[in-house]
Design a protein around this ligand. Structure first.
Ligand SMILES: NC(=O)C1=CN([C@@H]2O[C@H](COP(=O)(O)OP(=O)(O)OC[C@H]3O[C@@H](n4cnc5c(N)ncnc54)[C@H](OP(=O)(O)O)[C@@H]3O)[C@@H](O)[C@H]2O)C=CC1
Ligand SMILES: O=CC(=O)O
Length: 293
């Protein structure tokens, strides 16, 4: 199967690599084109623009940072829309809101193409290991066509029906995740300040009913103050913001998530946007950092 792949950030690079390793022919594009070279070494070809990738491939996947990036790659000059049409499918796996997804879907369908949103749950390591959870919605025939690729990228795919449902599911999941990360940070801080060992807290948590892979993976690095980005904090804050907007639309009160969002915003203002989202611990500790938000 031949696929195009737009966006070679932390996730896109791992996902495109997996596809190449499983025998897919992959044509890649990235805004910073130099990042394509690592994939070329693994057998990928490069498209000069999103439009040229779509011209070459019947199926094109995108994995981009946020709604602005997702829209730009489709609607701007040399974008996806210039070459999409009958017989061509576009699959956006970025985490965006339902309105962004719907806008892209309508434009692609107007040109005669098909569209699927398919955001993923799971971070850098699950992406490298092909263990993502895929939350797809939109064109069912395109979903069926993509199953061989989804089987390589993920451990499970869900087809959630009409466009927007994948985006909404992803935002609900990440709203919970971001709130949990804040709660873990407060727990580590409280343990430390009240004379307990944060590591012993992690050991206790891991044996009980609220044990989870995120606490187990991130906790020890947080204690060390190590925030090598697997999931950049700026993206977690974007997801909290979009989830809170979904809460506004549906009149759902989310005070816990709103407080978590404030902590992520504060972390961005302290220059921690490119650190892992667990760096929100620095805000809870009252410390801070330096660098770009
Ligand atoms: N990292 C994670 O653990 C997970 C991330 N996600 C979601 O996946 C998506 C990608 O995340 P991740 O790979 O971590 O992010 P990165 O920040 O590592 O990569 C972002 C990608 O988007 C591109 N990009 C940004 N702005 C534009 C633009 N205006 N036009 C074109 N391309 C643009 C970047 O290009 P360039 O290289 O030129 O900057 C890069 O390829 C996000 O929506 C994120 O929320 C979902 C699950 C897990
Ligand atoms: O979106 C992030 C993730 O870990 O899932």
């Amino acid at each position: 199967m031949e696929v195009g792949f737009l966006g070679l950030g932390i996730m896109g690079k791992a996902m495109a690599t997996n596809l190449l390793n499983h025998g897919f022919r992959v044509t890649v594009w990235n805004r910073t084109l130099a990042k394509c070279q690592e994939l070329v070494a693994l057998g990928a070809t490069v498209g000069e623009t999103p439009a040229s990738v779509v011209a070459k491939c019947n199926y094109t996947i995108a994995m981009l940072s946020d709604p602005a990036a997702a829209l730009s790659v489709v609607f701007d000059k040399n974008g996806v829309l210039e070459q999409i049409g009958s017989g061509k499918g576009y699959v956006d796996m970025s985490t965006v809101d339902a309105a962004t997804s719907s806008k892209i879907s309508e434009a692609v369908r107007q040109k005669g193409g098909t569209f699927l949103e398919a955001p993923v749950s799971g971070s850098k390591k699950p992406a490298e290991d092909g263990q993502l959870v895929i939350l797809a919605a939109g064109d069912k025939a395109l979903y069926d066509d993509m199953v061989p690729a989804f089987d390589v990228l993920g451990k499970k795919s869900f087809f959630l029906g009409e466009i927007g449902n994948g985006a909404k599911m992803k935002l609900v999941v990440n709203m919970i995740m971001g709130s949990m990360m804040n709660c873990l940070s407060e727990g580590l801080c409280l343990a430390d300040k009240s004379g307990l060992s944060p590591q012993t807290l992690l050991d206790v948590l891991d044996l009980g009913g609220i044990a989870n892979p995120m606490f187990k993976l991130k906790g020890p690095a947080m204690i060390q103050g190590s925030y090598n980005p697997a999931f950049p904090l700026k993206h977690q804050q974007k997801d909290m913001r979009l989830a809170l907007a979904l809460g506004d639309e549906n009149a759902v009160a989310m005070p816990v998530s709103a407080a978590a969002n404030e902590a992520f915003k504060k972390a961005r203002s302290l220059g921690l946007g490119d650190s892992d989202f667990s760096a929100v611990y620095e805000v809870v500790k009252g410390a801070g950092g330096s660098g770009q938000a």
